[in-house]
Design a protein around this ligand. Structure first.
Ligand code: SF4
Length: 94
């Protein structure tokens, strides 16, 4: 069996988006560039962007790893929880 790349493995996962109910909320006014860039670079799904002094986030595609929560030390991330019910990611390759 051929070894799968990370992108290949993520490609077989399934995401059930909880439309309109983001499980992670960020403070879009937070402006510590160094802290924001730590989160932007660390998110394995690349869900954070920081452009022209503005941070933005899309919760769809979240791997629920908790990295952003730990790195933000309660500053950029206003609230973090797992998606409700059966929503969120469904892993298929470990
Ligand atoms: S929990 Fe992980 S995958 Fe989800 S937004 Fe945070 S760092 Fe990215």
């Amino acid at each position: 069996m051929a070894k799968m790349s990370v992108d290949d493995k993520l490609g077989v996962d399934r995401f059930l988006t909880d439309e309109g109910n983001p499980h992670i909320l960020i403070d879009e006014t937070y402006n510590d560039e160094k802290q924001i860039n730590r989160v932007v670079m660390a998110c394995p799904a690349g869900l954070y962007t920081y452009e022209d002094g503005k941070v933005s986030f899309n919760y769809e595609g979240c791997l629920e790893c908790g990295t952003c929560r730990v790195l933000s030390s309660g500053k950029l991330i206003k609230s973090w929880s797992y998606p409700r019910g059966s929503k969120g990611i469904e892993f298929h390759q470990g």
